[in-house]
Ligand binder design. Structure first.
Ligand code: 3PG
Length: 212
């Protein structure tokens, strides 16, 4: 079985799913997989998010499903119990990182500043979410940070779309890009999962053209 890092080296995209309905979450995940995206971040921002997570884990075994917007250790434990294979946080919080490490799972905390990066680096972390990417300086900021933290790979998220995806993926320090543009709320609400597959396939094509 491939790891999340291996998957992102191959297809550098992390689509976000936000849903309060396990059936919609399953169909969205299936649509992403049909478009070529297997690494999926289910964000814990709805009352049914954990049920959505475990539903995808069970119904879409070919996906590598992680939990996002994990804010505290309780959520981290619950997400891991629900079957999350990796954990993503918007910020840097050592107790969450410690809990996830105990379970031996990948943890990707969010950073913006050199101070946060230095803290994460000293916790042994080498893959970091850069959030909110576009507002925090975009590719120029990533290049500046990468010049200092040469062994860190970034997953920029926040404000990324098909329009600027190639710009981000052309930066060598970027491991992958995350975002919700691949799962539009309107498409999910209307059950138009073909749109999700089309957006996923378009992003895969951009990634292939950028990375070769
Ligand atoms: C996140 O949860 O990482 C961000 O809210 C995603 O940002 P986006 O909606 O601009 O992709």
């Amino acid at each position: 079985m491939r790891t999340i890092e291996q998957e992102l080296e191959s297809v550098p995209l992390v689509p976000l799913i936000q849903s309060n309905d396990p059936d919609i979450a399953i169909e969205t995940a299936k649509a992403l997989v049909a478009g070529g995206l297997f690494a999926i971040e289910l964000v814990l921002r709805t009352p049914q998010a954990l049920n959505c997570l475990s539903a995808i884990v069970q119904a879409v075994p070919e996906a590598i499903v992680g939990a996002g917007t994990v804010l505290n250790t309780r959520q981290a434990e619950a997400a891991i119990m629900a079957g999350a294979e990796f954990i993503v946080c918007p910020g840097l919080h050592k107790p969450v990182i410690d809990v996830v490490k105990v379970h031996g799972l990948p943890i990707c905390p969010g950073v913006v500043t050199a101070t946060e990066m230095q803290q994460a680096w000293n916790m042994g972390l080498r893959i970091l979410k850069f959030f909110p990417a576009d507002l925090a300086g975009g590719t120029a900021m990533i290049k500046s940070l990468a010049a200092v933290f040469g062994d860190v790979r970034f997953i920029p998220t926040g404000g990324i779309s098909a329009d600027n995806l190639a710009e981000y993926l052309s930066v060598p320090a970027v491991l992958a890009c995350g975002g919700s543009w691949l799962t539009p709320k309107t498409a999910l609400a209307s059950g138009d999962f073909e749109v999700v597959t089309e957006l996923a396939a378009a992003a895969v094509a951009i990634a292939a053209a950028t990375r070769g």
